[in-house]
Design a protein around this ligand. Structure first.
Ligand SMILES: Cc1cc2nc3c(=O)[nH]c(=O)nc-3n(C[C@H](O)[C@H](O)[C@H](O)COP(=O)(O)OP(=O)(O)OC[C@H]3O[C@@H](n4cnc5c(N)ncnc54)[C@H](O)[C@@H]3O)c2cc1C
Length: 630
C-alpha cells in the first residue's frame, strides 16, 4: 500500500546526525514529545526510552492497550528494539474490549487426532464471512496464528518478555482445546469463561514491564497529525492528546509511525456487548476518516444474538457456548421458536439467530419477548461451566439454573474498519492499523467466533514487524524524519492544539456542553439501533444519514469550544456512525451481517441493480425472512 517514492531514495543518502540536529532546532520551543510523567499511572519517564540519537520523537506511537496494541508494541520493542509509547484512554491498560472476551482464542491444534489444518480453519472463516473474505488475509491468520500465540502468549523463556497465560489444560498437561459453533475442529484455547481477562492481564503486564515501552494511561487521542512529503504523499507524524482528568492538551510526534489499535465501534449502538467508555466509540474510524485514511466494509457490524437485556444497564454477553450446551430460545409464553426461522434452530449462524431474536422482540411493545433457557441442565455443572455469567446474574438477583434470561441482539464486533494491507499499512504513510480497528479483509461479511483475539496478535505483530524492518519501517522512518524536519504545517498544527483555549472551561456552560454531549450520544445510539441496526432499509438509512450529519456538526462545534471526554466521545461516535451508515446505504446486497430490506418506491430500481453473490443464498432467503418482520 505504501508507495516509497523518489523522496525515499534521496533521503536514504543523507547523514543521520545532520537530520537529527536539524529536527531538534526545528521544534525548539514546541513541546512535541509532550508527555508529562505525572499523568501516567503506570509509565516511566520518556527520557529512559530514547531512540536514535537520543531523540524522543523516535518512539513508535501505539494507540490502544488491547491485544492488538500490546502485540504491536511488544514485537516492535522486544524483537526490533524500537522504543514505544503506548497510549490508552482507560485508567488501567486492561480497560479495553479484549478484557471482556469470554470464549477463547483459536490455536490450531497439531494433534492429528484433532483432524485440523490451516485449510480447514480457512474454510470456516470464509464460510462465516459469506464468501466476502480476502483469501490472503485469512491464510495469514491461519498460517501465522499458532506461532504468534506461542510467541506472545505462551512465553516460557527465562527472560519472559512476552506473556505466559495460564490457559486451561487437560489432565495430561496439554492445552485444552474446545469446539465452538461453526468451527470444524476443537481449536479454541481458553481460561474458563473469561479468557480475555487472563490474556489482557498478562499481555498488558508484559508491556508495562518492558524497558522500551512506556504506557501512558488516561490519555485520549483526539486527532492524528498529518503532513505531506515533498512528493505530496500524505503522512502521519503523530497524535494530539487530551488528558481525561486534567484536560491537558499535548501533542506527540513520532518519526517511527503511529499504530491505530483503538478498537471498534460497537459502543455507538443503543444495545451493545461492548463495555462503556472509550473502548468502542468509533475513535479508530473517526480519527482515520478525519486524517484522510480509507475505510471499508463498515456496513458489516456483527450483532450478537444473545445479550442480557436489563433496563438502564449496558448489555452483558451471554456466550454462544450456552446455546452450544443446549440453551433454548423461548418467547414470553415459553414457546421455543428457533426452528421457525432456521432448521438448525439455536445453532444456526450468528447473524440468522440475531435476526430471529430481533424479529420476536419486535412483536411486543416493550421489545422484550425473548428469553434464553438452560435450566434443564444440571445446576452444579452450569455454575462451574459458566462462573462469570453465573456471578453476573447473581448480582442482579437472577439465577442461571432457574430463570429464563431476557435477551436482545446487541452490536458486538466491527468486521470492517480502516483499510490496511497484510502488514497494517494504510493509505497514509506512517499510519498503521491493527485489530478490530482494521479492515484487512479477514472477516468479509461476518466474523467467525474467536478469531478476533488471534487477529490482534497476528496483525498487531505484523505491524510491529513492519515498523522494525530496516527495508520497510526503516525507510518510512527516514521519510517521516525528513518531513518533520521541514514541515512548518506540523509545527502550526501542534501550536494550534496546545495553545487552544477552552472557551467555556469550568463554567456552567461547560457543564451544559457535557450534558448536551451525553444527550447527543444517546441520540446517536438510538438512531444507529433503529435505522442502522440488525435490519436496515434505504429509507431508514437515508433518514439516519441526515440526522447524524446534523449531530456531527453540533458535536464538532462542542469539541472545538470545549474539548473534554464527553465532547471528544460524541464527535467520534457521530463520525463513526455516519461512516457506517454511508457504507450501509451504498451496499444494496444483503450478505453476512448486513441485512437490507429493499422496500418503497425505489425498490424496482435498486432490485435491478442487485447482482446475486456466490455463497449468499442463505442471506437471499433471509431477505424474504426479513420482510416478514414488517
Ligand atoms: C463481550 C465480548 C466478548 C468477546 N469474546 C471474544 C472471544 O471469546 N474471542 C475472541 O476472539 N474475541 C472476542 N471478542 C472480541 C474481542 O474481544 C475484540 O474484538 C478484540 O479484543 C479487540 O482487540 P483490540 O486490541 O483491537 O481492541 P480493544 O481491546 O478494544 O482495545 C482498544 C484500546 O484502544 C483504546 N482507545 C480507544 N479509543 C481511544 C482514543 N481515542 N484514544 C486513546 N485510546 C483509545 C482503548 O482505551 C483500548 O485500550 C469479544 C468481545 C466482547 C465485547
Amino acid at each position: 500500500m505504501l508507495s516509497l517514492s523518489r523522496a525515499a531514495k534521496k533521503i536514504l543518502g543523507r547523514e543521520q546526525r545532520e537530520l537529527s540536529n536539524g529536527l531538534q532546532k526545528a521544534f525548539q520551543g514546541v513541546s512535541i514529545s509532550g508527555v508529562n510523567v505525572n499523568m501516567h499511572v503506570h509509565s516511566r519517564s520518556l527520557s529512559t526510552h530514547l531512540g536514535d540519537n537520543n531523540n524522543p520523537n523516535d518512539a513508535l506511537i501505539v494507540i490502544g492497550s488491547g491485544v492488538a496494541g500490546c502485540s504491536a508494541a511488544l514485537i516492535a520493542a522486544e524483537k526490533h528494539k524500537i522504543p514505544v509509547t503506548l497510549l490508552c484512554a482507560g485508567s488501567l491498560p486492561t480497560d479495553c474490549n479484549s478484557y471482556w472476551a469470554q470464549g477463547g482464542i483459536i490455536y490450531r491444534n497439531y494433534d492429528p487426532a484433532a483432524n485440523d489444518s490451516a485449510a480447514s480453519l480457512v474454510a470456516d472463516v470464509q464460510r462465516a464471512g459469506a464468501g466476502l473474505c480476502d483469501d490472503g488475509a485469512v491464510w495469514k491468520l491461519a498460517l501465522d496464528g499458532p506461532d504468534r500465540v506461542r510467541e506472545l502468549l505462551l512465553d516460557e523463556s527465562e527472560e519472559g518478555r512476552y506473556a505466559n497465560v495460564p490457559f486451561d489444560r487437560t489432565q495430561d498437561g496439554n492445552l485444552s482445546c474446545c469446539l465452538e459453533a461453526s468451527h470444524a475442529a476443537p481449536r479454541i484455547i481458553h481460561f474458563a469463561d473469561h479468557t480475555g481477562k487472563a490474556i489482557t492481564e498478562h499481555i498488558t503486564a508484559a508491556a508495562l514491564n518492558h524497558p522500551l515501552i512506556s504506557v501512558v494511561t488516561d490519555t485520549i487521542v483526539t486527532d492524528l497529525i498529518t503532513a505531506e512529503t515533498e512528493d505530496k504523499q500524505k503522512i502521519c507524524l503523530g497524535t494530539h492528546t487530551l488528558h481525561k482528568n486534567t484536560g491537558q492538551r499535548q501533542s506527540l510526534v513520532s518519526t517511527r509511525g503511529t499504530i491505530l489499535a483503538s478498537g471498534g465501534l460497537g459502543g455507538i449502538y443503543e444495545h451493545s456487548t461492548n463495555p462503556a467508555g472509550f473502548n468502542a466509540l468509533g475513535s479508530s474510524t473517526s480519527l482515520a476518516t478525519r486524517a484522510g485514511a480509507h475505510t471499508s466494509d463498515l456496513e458489516y457490524v456483527q450483532f450478537h444474538p444473545t445479550a442480557l437485556q436489563i433496563p438502564n444497564e449496558s448489555c452483558f454477553l451471554l456466550t454462544e457456548a450456552l446455546r452450544g450446551e443446549g440453551a433454548i430460545l423461548r418467547d414470553r409464553n415459553g414457546r421455543a421458536f428457533a426452528n421457525d426461522f432456521h432448521p438448525d434452530g439455536e445453532l444456526a449462524p450468528r447473524d440468522i439467530v440475531a435476526r430471529g431474536v430481533f424479529n420476536e422482540n419486535q412483536k411486543v411493545d416493550d421489545g422484550n419477548n425473548v428469553f434464553l433457557d438452560i435450566t434443564h441442565r444440571d445446576s452444579e455443572w452450569l455454575k462451574s461451566r459458566f462462573p462469570s455469567i453465573n456471578a453476573h446474574l447473581q448480582q442482579r438477583g437472577m439465577d442461571i439454573t432457574k430463570d429464563h434470561l431476557p435477551i436482545t441482539p446487541a452490536a458486538h464486533y466491527t468486521c470492517g474498519g480502516v483499510t490496511t494491507d497484510l502488514e497494517g499499512c494504510t493509505n497514509i504513510m506512517g499510519l498503521f492499523c491493527a485489530g478490530e480497528a482494521a479492515r484487512t479483509g479477514l472477516h468479509g461479511g461476518n466474523r467467525l467466533a474467536s478469531t478476533s483475539l488471534l487477529e490482534g496478535l497476528v496483525y498487531g505483530g505484523a505491524a510491529g514487524d513492519f515498523v522494525g524492518r530496516p527495508e520497510q519501517g526503516g525507510l518510512v522512518h527516514e521519510i517521516l524524519k525528513e518531513t518533520l524536519h521541514r514541515s512548518s504545517e506540523t509545527r502550526d498544527q501542534i501550536r494550534e492544539w496546545q495553545d487552544g483555549k477552552s472557551l467555556k472551561k469550568n463554567s456552567a456552560e461547560a457543564e451544559n456542553d457535557k450534558e448536551g454531549s451525553k444527550e447527543l450520544l444517546k441520540k446517536v445510539r438510538r438512531i444507529m439501533w433503529d435505522h442502522v441496526g440488525v435490519v436496515r432499509t434505504p429509507i431508514g438509512l437515508t433518514h439516519a444519514m441526515s440526522k447524524l450529519a446534523e449531530i456531527k456538526e453540533e458535536a464538532s462545534d462542542l469539541m472545538r469550544k470545549n474539548p473534554c471526554v464527553e465532547t471528544v466521545g460524541i464527535r467520534d461516535a457521530a463520525y463513526a456512525g455516519e461512516s457506517v451508515t454511508q457504507a450501509a446505504l451504498a451496499n444494496r446486497v444483503s450478505a453476512g451481517a448486513h441485512c437490507i430490506v429493499l422496500e418503497g418506491p425505489d425498490v424496482n430500481e435498486v432490485e435491478a441493480s442487485i447482482e446475486p453473490q456466490e455463497d449468499s443464498t442463505e442471506t437471499s432467503q433471509e431477505i424474504g425472512g426479513a420482510l416478514r418482520l414488517r
